[in-house]
Design a binder for this molecule. Structure first.
Ligand SMILES: [Fe+2]
Length: 243
């Protein structure tokens, strides 16, 4: 663990806090019709760059995962909450080997992820649409689903980062732990899921056209009964969120 690790986490928490206020302002303004600015407009590559840079320095040791943790039944996904409010969520998913977080979306949201240990197979999609907001977008319909493009199907290894945005970067994704020790993924999510405004929906993907086509029909499905999350306590360095 580096000597400056604790400071980096506190600096990262501070940047996340300013992100909260920016997103909050955007939501309030958009909500009362004062501006067309949405949370998406403040969550772009440029504004998130300082957070991405600091996130890249966070290690598994910093967050108390020097040794891989495994769920007792080896089937459920562990979730370690570091911080959560109405706008921001910071936490770690610990996924046992061969277990998946099913395909799901992040409506009007941005997610920064870092693989802390292990490797993860990522399958991700973006909706085919013209409009900016997924709430107002007219997504091309086929049967009972919507058309999406698969934008990534590959492995992310320890230390690698991924950022997804409202309409790009693979806003819908499925994670499957590849390595025998499983994997742990640190997620910074903004804004937070919201049952009314930003609900989480699960999907199944059905290929369209030829086997080599990257176009899929995504149909919403109930959350799988096989998918189970267990909350675990955070045992790493202090982020200073509560200061
Ligand atoms: Fe996700």
């Amino acid at each position: 663990m580096s000597a400056s690790a604790g400071n980096n986490l506190k600096q990262l928490a501070s940047l996340c806090r300013s992100l909260i206020s920016n997103v909050l302002h955007a939501e309030v303004f958009a909500g009362v019709g004062l501006s067309s600015r949405s949370s998406a407009s403040v969550l772009n590559e440029e504004t998130l760059k300082p957070i991405v840079e600091l996130l890249s320095t966070v290690t598994k040791e910093d967050v108390g995962l020097a040794t891989a943790r495994v769920a007792s039944n080896n089937r459920s996904v562990g979730y370690i909450r570091i911080y959560s409010d109405e706008i921001l969520s910071v936490g770690i998913f610990v996924i046992p080997c061969s277990i998946s977080i099913p395909l799901h979306d992040h409506p009007d949201m941005c997610v920064l992820s870092k693989v802390l240990y292990g490797s993860v197979q990522v399958e991700s999609y973006d909706w085919d649409q013209c409009s900016v907001s997924p709430n107002t977008a007219t997504k091309p319909l086929v049967n009972h689903g919507n058309i999406a493009t698969k934008v990534f199907d590959g492995e992310l290894k320890e230390g690698q980062l991924n950022t997804l945005y409202q309409n790009s970067g693979g806003n819908l994704h499925k994670f499957t732990a590849n390595s025998k020790e499983g994997c742990a993924i640190l997620d910074i999510i903004a804004p937070q899921y919201d049952e009314n405004k930003r609900p989480c929906t699960y999907y199944k993907a059905m290929p369209l056209g030829t086997a080599t086509s990257n176009k899929f029909c995504l149909e919403s499905v109930e959350e799988s009964e096989d998918f189970c999350i267990t909350n675990w306590a955070y045992q790493g360095l202090d982020w200073g969120f509560d200061c």
